[in-house]
Design a protein around this ligand. Structure first.
Ligand SMILES: [Zn+2]
Length: 175
């Protein structure tokens, strides 16, 4: 079977099931957004036990605060209340052994464009140091024009070898 055939079959099973996504929601997590890497090993459903309909999840290469992330957060801040979903807290999770750390100088131009920096500034992006990259990305959000100063932001680093996540930046308001 092809990937799409498998997905269609799984969707048919899901659609037949009586469970509404809302029924699966835990009351424990509220107003949560999560930004993390697209790496398959970092799926927050497994790593953090996020259940269906529990969080707004943004994933990109590295889980980085690229120029589009503040824009996405601003849109979510508007869409959320319109749909009756609050979004008041953001968790940024980076991880060890991230694929971005494997990219060599031949990819500098592409990476610089992705992150919205010059090639000379790429070294400051700390691809091999997720603790540093989480902190610098939170600083980047704080410095952005994001009109959402009450947003609670925290940072996690997930170790793909030990499977343990560590809180490296406790929740603090952006403003
Ligand atoms: Zn990664």
């Amino acid at each position: 079977m092809s990937n799409t055939e498998i997905l269609m079959e799984r969707n048919a099973q899901y659609a037949r099931s009586a469970e509404e996504p809302g029924d699966l929601t835990s009351p424990e997590l509220k107003g949560l957004m999560l930004l993390t890497c697209a790496d398959r090993r970092v799926d927050p459903a497994y790593v953090l036990g996020i259940r269906p309909n529990e969080a707004l999840i943004l994933r990109n290469p590295g889980g980085r605060v690229t120029p589009s992330i503040p824009q996405s957060l601003a849109v979510l801040a508007s869409v959320g209340p319109a749909m009756g979903v609050s979004a008041s807290e953001l968790v940024i999770m980076h991880h060890t052994d991230c694929g971005l750390s494997y990219l060599g100088p031949e990819h500098s131009s592409m990476l610089a464009g992705y992150l919205g920096v010059s090639e000379d500034e790429l070294a400051s992006k700390d691809f091999a140091d997720p603790v540093a990259s989480v902190h610098s990305d939170i600083d980047l959000l704080r410095a952005s024009a994001l009109d959402w100063r009450s947003l609670l932001v925290s940072g996690l680093v997930y170790d793909v070898a030990s499977r343990r996540a560590e809180l490296v930046a406790p929740p603090a308001q952006l403003g």
